[in-house]
Design a protein around this ligand. Structure first.
Ligand SMILES: Cc1ncc(COP(=O)(O)O)c(C=O)c1O
Length: 379
């Protein structure tokens, strides 16, 4: 039997055509025609004032920390169950990360635990929409507003997902996207910063252009450009933007493929999960998910490890996900200790993700499902 990988990046169709066009345009660096086309597509599809491509989601998070002017000693509330760079971007500016636990159902920030973590030093709440299923944004926005704290949405998983009819990435002052090869839409490595609070638009342009007013110079608004602020090099090449553009333009096709894949797993694993004490993903009815990943929560760490090893021995890659940030070496340096985020600690031990990518075939999914349903928990 051929090996079934966890992820395999796929082409949507027009990538080479667009990359050839980008090369013919003679604009290889950032902010060329394809970058503008991607920015405009995101702005229009999401109905937001500004979207700018970046070299990664990590860099868009770093830009967010710079834009919020995070200073040493500021506190930033961050879920412990997320990727390292959600925290690192703020820690790089000297922030103290304050880790918040997650809800056991959606694995998103537990909004009921947020308020008690807010202090006079709190500058931002960072939320991450796990699997593209929306956090409880009504409550989170209300808390943030009452305490005058900014929201940043790490929406690496959730492009085109919605919470109560509104797109994820449109709630925070700032939000970030990832176009890494494991995401629904990719250019290998890439990201975007979504700017909902227009006060940040001008400065974002400068920070993204190495701290210079070069974009204004190119628009003829100044006669020379110079160093005016903090910044770094956050622009992807227009050749990569061309690749991404082909993927974003094929979003209807990509999302319907992923919906089919997700539903196939859900429908065919429901009975087995109920019989074996395994939890399938929870998607509240007011959340429209973008079908980013499919995870299972096994009854225990031992069973999760046995499950992954069993699939591996049958040539199927299944992987765990985030380790609790508060218990990492860095997290402990910031005071994290066992028991701080009990749900995160528990879920992190029990979670396994099944192979999921745009081009996985129904035959491969059938093989995965047949193997999974032969696995018995609680033996
Ligand atoms: C929640 C989350 N945030 C940020 C990132 C970083 O994304 P990038 O690789 O585009 O920097 C990831 C990566 O997988 C992620 O899962």
């Amino acid at each position: 039997m051929a090996y079934i990988p966890f992820n395999r990046p796929s082409l949507a169709g027009r990538e080479f055509e667009y990359m050839r066009e980008a090369i013919a345009n003679g604009h290889f660096s950032g902010d060329g025609p394809f970058t503008h086309r991607c920015n405009a597509l995101l702005e229009e599809a999401l109905g937001i004032p500004s979207a700018v491509l970046t070299t990664s989601c990590t860099h868009a998070l770093e830009m967010s920390a710079l834009l919020l002017d995070i200073q040493p000693g500021d506190e930033v509330i961050i879920p412990s169950f997320t990727f390292v760079t959600t925290a690192n971007a703020f820690v790089l500016r000297g922030a103290q990360p304050v880790f918040v636990d997650i809800r056991p159902d959606t694995l998103n920030v537990d909004e009921a635990r947020l308020e008690r973590l807010i202090t006079p030093l709190t500058r931002a709440i960072v939320v991450m929409h796990y699997a593209g299923v929306g956090c409880e944004m009504d409550k989170i926005c209300e808390i943030a507003q009452r305490h005058d704290v900014a929201i940043v949405e790490d929406n690496a998983h959730g492009l085109f997902g919605k919470y109560k009819g509104r797109h994820l990435g449109t709630f925070g002052a700032l939000a970030t996207l990832s176009f890494h090869e494991t995401k629904n839409f990719t250019c290998g490595e890439g990201g975007a910063l979504l700017i909902n609070d227009t006060r940040y638009v001008d400065r974002a342009e400068i920070i993204r252009e190495k701290g210079t007013d070069r974009s204004r110079f190119f628009r003829g608004q100044v006669d020379k450009y110079t160093w005016v602020d903090y910044g770094s090099s956050y622009l992807p090449s227009d050749i990569l933007a061309a690749f991404l553009c082909a993927q974003l333009e094929a979003r209807a096709q990509i999302q319907s493929q992923r919906q089919r894949i997700w539903e196939y797993y859900y429908d065919n694993l429901e009975d087995w999960a109920a019989e074996n004490g395994v939890d399938l993903p929870t998607v509240p009815e007011y959340c429209e998910q973008p079908y980013h990943l499919f995870h299972l929560l096994l009854p225990s760490l031992e069973e999760r490890q046995a499950f992954i090893a069993y699939l591996k021995s049958n040539d199927v890659a299944s992987v765990f996900h985030y380790l609790p940030l508060h218990l990492s070496r860095m997290g402990r340096r910031f005071g994290g200790k066992a028991g701080d985020c009990p749900v995160t600690e528990d879920v992190s031990d029990r979670l396994a993700r099944l192979p999921f990518h745009n081009s996985i075939t129904e035959e491969d999914q059938e093989l995965v499902v047949n193997l999974v349903t032969q696995f018995r928990c609680g033996r």
